[in-house]
Design a protein around this ligand. Structure first.
Ligand code: GDP
Length: 304
């Protein structure tokens, strides 16, 4: 009956209007509701603990207003804290002063990197940029082909190694670091102003793979390193995000598969443990299923 956190807190506090300060017992009842809502949204347990402690501290000092139900006041606090952790304002891509801007994608296999590369390139093209996709996922047999298909759909060229074909790329064949470097050089010569580097992922965190991603980062010195994470990952979000943060020191997060049932708790977990902003949301398999991430909308989704 009272599905959203807002409804539940309003109900919890319906007799408290104009009561003065909230007591510890009142606040504990609130914190229980908030904890339940966040766990339902699959926010990591450690993040829930830290978050509720912060809300409790603010709620304890709260002067209950005559005008607002205390539940509404607490919801406002929860909302402000959520939006703050999720990055406040939507963060835009940082463009290089001297093009090309280099954007590197990293994340587990299946997170949606290659799909995102196509979407991001199309979106950037729509904004008047001239992007180049660079295929550095040489781990998965079909990844280069998949990027080429996405590039074709987006109308964006793909720089990829061609095994056995004699070209200036031949030396790059098989070595993702060399492909990345050659791709950026290609963009510089042919005047593409944004380079999107797709990298390999594994099903689990893997030291060799992380080293490869880190080597690519060192080789092309990206302006943005976007960590791509499936919103359905649930409680594994924290470990995965920490591993990638240590491995490639990403600058922003892209949350994928938000068209599914996931309430988006992963966004809060990742932003909370890494302090990095979520920048984009991927909402389907199509090239246009992509949007800027809005912290306030995600806060509502988590609390709903
Ligand atoms: P990668 O291994 O990280 O490059 O992942 P892919 O880009 O190959 O994506 C893995 C699968 O997830 C593919 O079947 C994609 O079509 C699908 N996918 C990617 N992004 C989304 C999304 O936002 N929503 C849905 N429903 N599927 C997605």
């Amino acid at each position: 009956m009272f599905n959203s956190l807002s409804d539940r807190l309003t109900e919890t506090f319906k007799n408290l209007r104009g009561k003065g300060r909230l007591s510890e017992a009142d606040v504990d009842a609130t914190v229980r509701e908030i904890r339940r809502a966040l766990l339902d949204a699959d926010v990591a347990v450690s993040v829930v603990r830290e978050f509720t402690a912060k809300v409790k501290e603010r709620a304890l000092g709260l002067e209950v207003s005559q005008a607002l139900n205390p539940g509404q006041q607490v919801v406002k606090i929860v909302n402000e804290e959520l939006v703050g952790i999720l990055g406040g304002e939507t963060r835009r891509i940082r463009l290089a002063k001297n093009p090309p801007t280099v954007i590197m994608l990293a994340g587990l296999q299946g997170a949606g990197k290659t799909t995102l590369a196509g979407k991001l390139s199309k979106w950037l093209k729509g904004q008047g940029h001239s992007p180049l996709l660079v295929a550095c996922d040489l781990q998965r047999p079909n990844a280069v082909k998949q990027l080429q298909v996405n590039g074709e759909r987006a109308g964006v060229p793909v720089f990829a190694p061609h095994p056995g074909v004699s070209s200036e790329f031949e030396t790059a064949t098989g070595d993702p670091v060399a492909v990345a470097r050659a791709g950026v050089a290609e963009a510089r010569t042919k005047l593409y102003d944004v380079v999107i580097v797709d990298t390999a992922g594994r099903l689990g965190i893997d030291a060799e793979l992380m080293q490869q991603a880190s080597d690519i980062r060192d080789a092309v010195n990206p302006d943005e390193v976007l960590f791509v994470i499936d919103a359905m990952i649930g409680q594994d979000a924290v470990n995965t995000a920490q591993a990638f943060n240590e491995g490639v020191n990403f600058t922003g997060v892209v949350l994928t598969k938000l068209d599914g049932d996931a309430r988006g708790g992963a966004a809060l977990s990742v932003a909370s443990v890494t302090g990095k902003p979520v920048m984009f949301a991927s909402t389907g398999e199509g090239l246009n299923d992509f949007e800027l991430f809005h912290p306030d909308r995600m806060a509502s989704r988590i609390l709903d």
